[in-house]
Design a protein around this ligand. Structure first.
Ligand code: PMP
Ligand code: GLU
Length: 394
């Protein structure tokens, strides 16, 4: 008999982390793998943030932190929300967590009852689906395609809402599609939500600064949305701090309180040193990120150009984050190097075996026609990876 709980037995492993682990294992065996699986910047954390962390150690920030985060950090986050997003959160509406992933988990735990529906425009970030399920929620996928730039329409949103709908979760810039919803598009979605006041929104803005579209809009800044939106953000991506584990939310106060309550029983406050360093990060003018963002834009242009040259790949031009999400359904049902490719997972495994390139299957993101490449790696490796893929499929 399996002594583990049904809860864990029914949980899928994170495909992004699983593929990254597999790539690491093959590399350790001496294989020349290029890993485009994991989404994390290949830059170092900026010096001024590291300095703040060292100072925090020297100043003995070594005790338990307030469960919801240091007040100075929450105040700095409020200023950041005002400066970048025109949002007027008060410190009592902010909760700092051990990564945006924990922020999302808290939200699911405090908002969802068994059977509550959560609308997920697909493709969505891999962990949304499992976090929602783990909390008793029912993910309701709304499919999009490369043709619609992977964005949902107001009509699709309207059709997905039922009396059981509790929330909608989405990311913009989107992981995995790179799509960015502009103000007009968000306003049109908000108009639909206006008719359904029982629906809350989780707006995951962790890629806010890795955005080449020239505009960024938080849905909470649209009329009528502030009191029903939970804005999720963090420092992992923009400040190359994935391992520091700091995320945060701005939310209606009762939701913030509930998230603090659960965090108080499960993890306590986030890491003290990382929180002190995060004060410096969120206080910094976003222009300190220009160099990194422009490197990502150059890579985006490079990869999009190279992917377009591979026969059978269809893609949108991602406007943010650091992923491309090509539709590879052309290959389904075909035999490549003696292997029948049934679906995106087969295709992704084929690329790993035959091109030594690690990607993530679109199935993990709710789109079975696509695969995801992370382009958060050097231009030399990206060029070589695309050359290998082109050769393997031709
Ligand atoms: N949301 C999205 C869309 C992400 O890509 C990630 C990546 N890890 C997260 C949330 C979680 O971020 P964190 O590392 O802060 O937990
Ligand atoms: N968000 C990143 C990704 O999608 C990191 C991996 C993870 O946290 O799942 O690859």
């Amino acid at each position: 008999m399996n002594p583990l709980s049904d809860r864990i037995n029914n949980l899928a492993v994170s495909q992004t982390l699983a593929m990254a682990a597999l790539a690491r294992e093959l590399k350790a065996q001496g294989k020349d793998i290029i890993s485009l699986s994991l989404g994390e910047p290949d830059f170092n954390t900026p010096e001024f943030i590291k300095k703040a962390a060292k100072k925090a150690i020297d100043e003995n920030y070594s005790t338990y932190t307030p469960v919801e985060g240091y007040l100075e950090l929450k105040e700095a986050i409020c200023k950041k929300f005002k400066r970048d997003n025109n949002l007027d959160y008060k410190p009592s509406q902010i909760v700092v967590s051990t990564g945006a992933k924990q922020s999302l988990y808290n939200i699911a735990q405090v908002m969802l009852n068994e059977g509550d529906e959560v609308i997920l425009p697909a493709p969505y970030w891999v962990s949304y689906f499992e976090i929602i399920k783990l909390s008793g929620g029912v993910p309701v996928e709304v499919p999009t395609s490369v043709e619609s730039d992977f964005k949902i329409t107001p009509e699709q949103l309207e059709a997905a809402i039922t009396p059981k709908t509790k929330m909608m979760w989405f990311s913009s810039p989107c992981n995995p599609s790179g799509s960015v919803y502009n103000r007009e598009e968000l306003t049109a979605l908000a108009k639909v939500l206006e008719k359904h006041p029982h629906v809350y929104v989780v707006s995951d803005e962790i890629y806010e600064h890795i955005n080449f579209s020239g505009t960024f809009c938080s849905i909470a800044s649209i009329q009528g949305m502030f009191d029903r939106t939970i804005t999720v953000n963090g420092v992992a991506k923009a400040f190359a701090m994935t391992g520091w584990r700091i995320g945060y939310i701005g939310a209606p106060e009762f939701i913030a309180k509930a998230c603090t309550k659960i965090q108080g029983q499960v993890t306590s406050g986030a890491n003290s040193i990382a929180q002190r360093a995060t004060i410096t990060a969120v206080e910094a003018d976003p222009s300190v990120l220009n160099e990194m963002v422009s490197a990502f834009k150059n890579r985006r242009d490079l990869v999009v150009g190279l992917v377009k040259e591979i026969p059978g790949f269809k893609l949108n031009v991602p406007e943010g984050a650091f992923y491309v999400f090509p539709d590879v359904s052309y290959f389904f049902g075909k035999t490549l190097k003696g292997q029948l490719i049934k679906d995106a997972t087969d295709f992704s495994m084929f690329l790993l075996a035959e091109a030594n390139v690690a990607t993530v299957t679109g199935d993990a993101f709710g789109n079975p026609n696509c695969i995801r490449f992370s382009y958060a790696t050097s231009e030399v490796l990206l060029t070589e990876a695309m050359r290998r893929i082109k050769e393997a499929v031709s």
